[in-house]
Design a protein around this ligand. Sequence first.
Ligand SMILES: [Zn+2]
Length: 332
Amino acid sequence: MPSVRRAFESAVGPAACLSALALAITAPSNAQDGSEASEIKSALAAIQAKDQALQDIGWRLVARNAEFCSRKQVSAGLQLLDLRAFGEPDRIRAALDLGGDFLVQTVAEGSPAYNAALKPDAEVFAIDGKPLSDKPSKDSRDWRRLAEIHDEIDLAMSEAGEVALAMDDGRVVILSGIPVCATRFELDDGGKRAVADGKRVQIGADFPGYGYPEGEFAAAIAHELAHNILGHRIWLDKEGRKRKNIRATEREADRLMPWLLANAGYDPASALRFMQRWGPRHSGGIFRKRTHEGWDERVEQIAAEIERMQQSWAGDGPANWRQHFVREIEAD
Ligand SMILES: [Zn+2]
């Protein structure tokens, strides 16, 4: 994939996992038809498995911390996939035996979409009676169309209280969203980065956390989510990205991790274990980024925050970080 396109997408919108699948699909294949279909299916399944892990954890974090988040959005925990985002949608459509371009990519566990029994791979034909086949698409590799549809679904649930999805098995599924902290989670292209842009958390498909125990991967996602919740991007835009400022935002994101994890039902100490596992490999030694503190200092600060948290949180009921978390910077 041309690097220009990758740079453009990461600057402008959700390239998400789609281009990773596009890579698998547009790779030269001298396979016969039958095995091409199975290659496409297994590429899709691999991406769905990673996205499922990300969406399940992300959902727990944003749904169970919602009461303390000042910025919320209505969500049903549903991720769709648009074949138009790929270079050769016709080949994928044939391999997956689809009539149209839209299918369910993932459904976050415990979300309204999950409770409505929506399943990955199910095809979606219409939203609120409007056929998706009418949706204009400028060309192939058009990922904006999917972003618009996700926005439409959220808007319908927020304004009308529900949205109706017409499915390939003839069902019409009525979804009602619930308020969650305002962040979407996206599996990004290959790459090891985890990034928060204020509204989204993007996790690269090669991020090492996919191989960690669930609580430690959740800690990494909670750190990125904390940047969005605490308004760090806006604050840094205003105050400048001086080393001192970046360190302050990193410290705050580290300290909010155990609170977010506790509410999501994870052991808050998994924030420590994440930093102990990830830190020595990614931020230590002569390659230490000077914008970030050493991983060992970060472990100490997280441990101190867990102690502070336990002074106001007895381990049952929600951990009220809105009231008890001490801000280091003046954001919001
Ligand atoms: Zn960070």
